[in-house]
Design a protein around this ligand. Structure first.
Ligand SMILES: CC(C)(COP(=O)(O)OP(=O)(O)OC[C@H]1O[C@@H](n2cnc3c(N)ncnc32)[C@H](O)[C@@H]1OP(=O)(O)O)[C@@H](O)C(=O)NCCC(=O)NCCS
Length: 215
């Protein structure tokens, strides 16, 4: 019983009380905390209640930490995303900064900042970095952050948004490759846009200088 309580406490801490483990789990695992963690991480048989809200004063450090952790084992990154978010905030360029919270704990974050178009089109923004803590990934939290931040951006009366990343993922939210809209140096299929105004600009896209932050 004591052992079971300790496993339950551990799971509560890790998963914020939202586990859906098999009924016989505690018997089968003999109460091992390690087994509990392994099961949670490999079975993904839990759900999490998540609320999306705007970043608040005091959230900065947590956002920095979760961004760093989310990208630790991500491919195609030089692991500067947490510095980028800090630098965007510092420059007053975090147009949208939303957090995903479960039981008041921040477990995900999304940033949107202005981009510049070589052709002079205005009102365009870039989504990213977007981060969900590794142990909470593939539970729909990233999708919630995507939908919420894009809805907020559209409500501001902006023209649209670009994103750099996997077309399979961002295509789910309406992003599409646009002929003539280019982010230099990356394969064209990895750069996509979503228009709120009906049309798409052409030309090269330049992200905010905060994207070169290294520390
Ligand atoms: C990308 C990320 C924010 C998605 O968050 P999430 O909460 O895991 O996403 P969701 O649960 O809403 O969606 C999961 C789905 O997206 C897919 N997916 C997740 N990340 C993906 C990626 N980088 N590329 C392609 N597909 C991806 C998963 O395979 C999963 O597919 P399924 O629904 O068919 O199983 C999260 O995986 C993350 O923080 N990754 C590390 C940082 C990163 O790469 N950020 C994106 C670049 S800015």
């Amino acid at each position: 019983m004591k052992l079971r309580k300790s496993v339950e406490r551990e799971l509560d801490r890790e998963m914020h009380n939202k586990t859906l483990l098999p009924d016989n789990f505690f018997t089968a695992s003999r109460g091992s905390k390690i087994a509990a963690k392994l099961c949670v991480n490999s079975c993904k048989r839990f759900s999490v209640d998540v609320e999306i809200s705007n970043e608040k004063v005091g959230d900065e450090l947590k956002i920095h930490q979760i961004t760093e952790r989310a990208f630790l084992s991500a491919p195609h990154t030089d692991h500067t995303e947490h510095f980028i978010v800090d630098a965007l905030r510092c420059a007053g360029a975090l147009t949208i900064s939303q957090v995903a919270k479960s039981d008041e704990e921040i477990i995900g974050h999304v940033a949107i900042s202005p981009v510049t178009l070589s052709g002079g089109a205005t009102g365009w923004f870039g989504l990213g970095p977007i981060s969900v803590l590794p142990e909470y990934q593939r539970l729909g939290i990233g999708s919630k952050l995507m939908r919420s931040s894009l809805a907020a951006l559209e409500a501001m009366g902006t023209s649209g948004c670009v994103v750099l990343g996997d077309p399979g993922y961002y295509g789910r939210f309406g992003f599409t490759v646009v002929d003539g809209l280019v982010f230099p140096g990356v394969p064209p299929e990895y750069f996509q846009a979503l228009s709120f105004s009906g049309g798409f600009p052409r030309g090269e896209v330049l992200y905010h200088q905060a994207f070169s932050a290294k520390g």
